[in-house]
Design a protein around this ligand. Structure first.
Ligand SMILES: Cc1cc2nc3c(=O)[nH]c(=O)nc-3n(C[C@H](O)[C@H](O)[C@H](O)COP(=O)(O)OP(=O)(O)OC[C@H]3O[C@@H](n4cnc5c(N)ncnc54)[C@H](O)[C@@H]3O)c2cc1C
Length: 389
């Protein structure tokens, strides 16, 4: 029986998970591993491109390792990371990273989905979900697969549908606050300028109009991801033009390749959600709020909260009530809340180009000033300790 026919035949699930990014993939893996019947759906054809810097910090590596998925990165050709080049105002500084890896989202997200399927989850790509109301002890979800629409029921739904929370069709939008000063995201993959970038180093160019990160991923390609001031992009009418200007000013030699690449943009990035759950529903990953990509933490937040959501969903199938929602609020706050506050604080400083330039100048003299910050970003959850290289 194919996945598609099995979903049509089976309309009652323990857990339905909307969105197969890191949050949804990990939630599906964990809930299925705990014995729940799990349906994971994604509106995209898989594997799919996703705008992302593709840099996995030590917390991501730890989250995969502790879920028993540690071998996934090497098996998929991830490039180990050990350096970070920060450039602004024509200067740059090279900092040492304690570890990490770069892997395309096509490979990472596909590998997570495969692991969930190995645990018994059913995965349906090209399937758009719309959340429906609760009905007794279940929540309904309408799935659109091509021309076919079916309504399934789940004891718990995990909404891991990214920044836009598209599956709830605005029902919870009142609880989401999008920052007026938010950058938008943009990304592309380059195949022509790999030799300009050493494998293992993240290159980060900062300018008045935002910042652009470049890193070598598997297969010798360069992944580029940017957070850009939306005003700049509307004036220039092109994500590529603005990103090329930022890397050019920073002294990275790939401006032409950026201009020629196929870019994808995102909605405004910085948003917070005051509501992380509803009856028989948990929000997780970017759908529960996001800050900015500068500190490279979004996937660590998504994976750790995704695993916790998978666990909570599978434990509350028969008992989901207001106290489950309170538990989720608390767990989410302790896994993600404090780290997002730190990220918010750092990225506020990036709005002041003179401050960034002064920071890079100070780090060229005393690079060790960055060490406590880098250690903090890479501090793992299980031990509370930093993993040293
Ligand atoms: C420019 C940029 C650079 C970044 N760089 C990094 C980095 O280097 N390191 C890092 O850790 N993080 C980075 N991030 C953050 C990271 O990409 C996100 O935090 C992460 O992808 C969140 O995962 P998620 O699973 O919550 O959502 P997503 O990865 O966005 O996945 C959501 C999924 O839901 C699906 N979906 C949406 N609506 C529906 C629907 N109605 N029905 C079915 N499916 C649906 C989508 O197709 C998608 O596959 C970056 C982000 C940006 C914008």
């Amino acid at each position: 029986m194919t996945s598609e026919t099995s979903v049509i035949a089976k309309t009652e699930w323990d857990v339905v998970i909307v969105g197969a990014g890191p949050a949804g993939g990990m939630a599906a893996f964990e809930a299925a591993r705990r014995g729940a019947s799990v349906l994971l759906v994604d509106k995209a054809h898989f594997p799919r491109y996703k705008v992302c810097g593709c840099c996995l910090n030590l917390r991501v590596l730890d989250a995969l390792e502790s879920a028993g998925l540690g071998g996934m990165l090497e098996a998929n050709g991830a490039v180990p990371l050990d350096g970070f080049r920060l450039a602004a105002g024509g200067r740059h500084v090279d900092l040492i990273l304690p570890g990490g890896a770069a892997l395309s989202r096509r490979r990472l997200d596909r590998a997570l989905v495969e692991s969930a399927v190995e645990q018994g989850a059913v995965f349906i790509p090209k399937c758009r979900a719309v959340l429906g109301p609760t009905c007794g002890t279940t929540r309904t979800v309408t799935l659109r697969i091509g021309e076919t629409a079916i309504t399934v029921m789940a004891k718990v739904v995990v909404a891991a549908d990214g920044l836009t929370q598209s599956s709830s069709k605005g029902e919870f939008s009142a609880s989401v606050r999008v920052s007026r000063r938010s950058h938008i995201g943009a990304g592309a993959v380059l195949s022509g300028c790999a030799e300009a970038f050493r494998p293992g180093t993240i290159y980060m160019a900062n300018g008045r109009e935002g910042y652009v990160g470049l890193v070598r991923i598997e297969g010798g390609m360069v992944n580029v991801a940017a957070a850009l001031n939306p005003e700049g992009t509307s004036q220039a009418r092109s994500l590529a033009t603005v990103a090329a200007r930022i890397v050019d000013e920073a002294g990275f030699s790939c401006a032409e390749d950026l201009s020629g690449a196929a870019w994808t943009g995102t909605p405004p990035l910085t948003r917070s959600a005051s509501r992380l759950s509803a009856d028989r529903l948990l929000f997780v990953g970017d759908a529960s709020g996001y800050v900015e990509p500068f500190t490279g933490e979004g996937m660590a937040w998504a994976l750790s909260a995704g695993r916790a959501a998978g666990r909570l969903a599978s434990e509350s199938l028969e008992t989901f009530d207001a106290s489950t929602e309170e538990t989720w609020q608390t767990q989410h706050g302790s896994l993600v809340g404090g780290r997002q506050r730190l990220c918010r604080f750092v990225t506020m400083g990036l709005r002041y180009p003179a401050l960034v330039k002064a920071g890079v100048r100070a780090l060229t003299i005393a690079p060790q000033l960055a060490t406590p910050f880098i250690k903090r970003l890479n501090r793992t959850e299980a031990t509370g300790a930093t993993v040293e290289s």
